[in-house]
Design a protein around this ligand. Structure first.
Ligand code: SAM
Length: 296
């Protein structure tokens, strides 16, 4: 098969699968992209410019990697499937824009959740320059990955991530909607979130059971004042403990005295029967300030 056919085309992916007797591993969330429009859509959503430094999580057989390289990015990838280094080495182009692949692509066999970015990337990237993360994520660890990247000491300029559509909707949700909840709030206090494109299950081999979306997360410059993040996120979680109940009911374990709850509601201008999903992030921040900090 000519290497001029992109890896992400169905015919080339199928040929690679046959050549290496591959079986997609469900346990590693392996759904390989075979839709060049979607792959290029991800590269465009990430706004890849020549010499951008990109971390890719899970390159798989290299369909997205190849397009990131073609767009001019330098790619550092984390992967855990031991069968893939040989395939990537054989199938990715040997040269990109006249430069040997080794200067443009590096693979680290390591769980992304164990990454030590400063140590791992230091020889390959200039850590004083911006770094983007781009991935068709293994869906089984989508939220742990987002929280891990958010906590990392290295500050990323953007995260462009393919994920299950339902998770994407929760990340972007507005107050008053069914999808709005603790995950929405924890992420929106840190990042601006936008859905860039939707991807059908027929764009993957094998097809996932769910539809997918590409989300672009950009760290907020002006983060809302939520005080101690751990306390804030705990209060939010408790407020949503029983979604179908009112905020007042959910608050009983945190503020057991009815008159105290009534006073807080009055101070914050909240209706007695308000439901947790109706509160904005600012209102949760005001509420968290009035809840005693949990003793550990
Ligand atoms: N990027 C490829 C594509 O778009 O076709 C593959 C995407 S596939 C949905 C997810 C990839 O993440 C797989 O290659 C899988 O082996 C890898 N992976 C799974 N768990 C991982 C982890 N903890 N750290 C790094 N990579 C992981």
């Amino acid at each position: 098969m000519s290497n001029e056919i992109p890896i992400g085309s169905p015919v080339r992916t199928q040929a690679i699968i046959n050549r290496y007797f591959m079986r997609a591993k469900k346990s590693l969330g392996q759904n390989f992209l075979v839709d060049l429009t979607a792959i290029k859509g991800i590269v465009e959503a990430a706004d890849i410019q020549p010499d951008d430094q990109v971390i890719e999580i899970g390159p798989g057989i290299g369909s997205l990697t190849e397009q990131l390289l073609m767009a001019g990015a330098k790619v550092f990838a984390y992967e855990v499937d031991d069968n893939l280094p040989e395939i990537l080495q054989n199938e990715l182009p040997k040269e990109v824009n006249g430069q040997p692949i080794a200067e443009r692509f590096e693979l680290m066999m390591k769980d992304i959740l164990q990454a030590d970015f400063a140590a791992d990337l230091g020889d390959f990237f200039d850590l004083t320059k911006p770094i983007k993360v781009v991935a068709n994520l293994p869906y089984y660890i989508t939220t742990p990955i987002i929280f891990f990247l958010n906590k990392a000491k290295l500050k990323f300029v953007s995260l462009t991530l393919m994920m299950q559509k339902e998770v994407a909707e929760r990340l972007c949700a507005k107050p008053g909607t069914k999808a709005y909840g603790p995950l929405t709030i924890a992420v929106q206090t840190q990042m601006q979130v936008e859905i860039a494109l939707s991807v059908k299950s027929s764009s993957f081999i094998p097809r996932p059971q769910v539809d997918s979306s590409v989300v672009v997360l950009t760290p907020l410059v002006d983060k809302p004042a939520i005080g101690d993040a751990e306390h804030f996120n705990w209060v939010v979680k408790m407020c949503f403990a029983q979604r179908r109940k009112t905020l007042n009911n959910n608050l009983k374990p945190l503020l057991p005295v009815a008159t105290e709850r009534a006073q807080v509601f009055a101070e914050l201008g909240l209706e007695p029967k308000v439901r947790p999903e109706q509160l904005s992030i600012q209102q949760f921040a005001q509420l968290a300030q009035r809840i005693p900090v949990r003793k550990s």
